[in-house]
Design a protein around this ligand. Sequence first.
Ligand code: HEM
Length: 295
Amino acid sequence: MTRTIGGVSLVDQLPYAPWTERGSVVDGEFRWRLGVRPLDLRDWIEMGPDAEGPDGWIAQKARLLDDHRPTVFQVLDDIEPECREIGDELVEHLKHRWPEPFVDVSLDANLHPLEAASRLVPEDLVVMAERDDRLVFGGGSVCFPNRWDLRSKLGLTLAEVHEPVAQLNDQLEPAVDRFLDRLTPERPFWRLGWGIIDVADGYTPADGTGADRPADPSVGELFVRVERETLRRFPETNCVLFTIRTYIAPIATVLADADSAVALADAVAAMSPGIVEYKALVGHVRPLVDLTHGA
Ligand code: HEM
């Protein structure tokens, strides 16, 4: 039996299909995309059935924060003012957006404000803080990392954070820097990311503390993971909060729609070997293309 750690909180239908977006494949080559669009602040946080209940993301986060703390929670020592500003804003948002059940919600004063904020919502939270006139990775409550190590990111610039991602800085570093320079509290944004994974578990950290992985899964046994990310600057401390809401569904739910299936396979087939390796898709490209193109 496969061991899961974070638990299983699948959706029947992924709410987004970023692999179908125009610009993912240009002249037959997969391209990383900035893909940011204006965020209506009413939609800052996304609740939903997979977020709630004993196996929902919020309950899983509480368990992971208790049981795997060093892997899922890391902060710079001096990051409390930024986290308090974020936490206070989040509490106000929840009270107004979902008075039921959040009318009396507050940050747990016994916890670091980033952890207190994080325990309220399904999103993972990453804070970029101004240090020495540049934005650095100031802290994160990240219970659902897709094969990366939170500890290794603390204090890094965004280009350094993205360094392990094949071709990302070559294709997007100036655009990402420009975007963050221009990000103001008045105009938040959101974007999407996606991946294919071999376990029905959001907790897939790079430090080996995650779930057992199947030895040789077939394409039909895989899962598709979508990350809805928001980017918002905060006026008092000038920090930037990056939220990551994860959705996971069996790949069959994507393959059931012919257009989406072909777009997924075409995106994967257009990836360079470096990106295929980064996305842990080695061995899956050909079978996915054959499956969707009727070989
Ligand atoms: C507009 C801004 C951003 C863009 C376009 C962007 C883009 C990406 C992309 C394409 C990936 C590869 C993920 C995949 O498809 O498998 C990635 C990975 C990642 N991003 Fe970003 N990102 C942005 C902002 C941020 C921010 C603000 C943070 C938080 C500090 C962040 C943290 C990460 C991390 C930790 C990874 C995984 C890196 C690893 O594998 O070591 N990103 N990003």
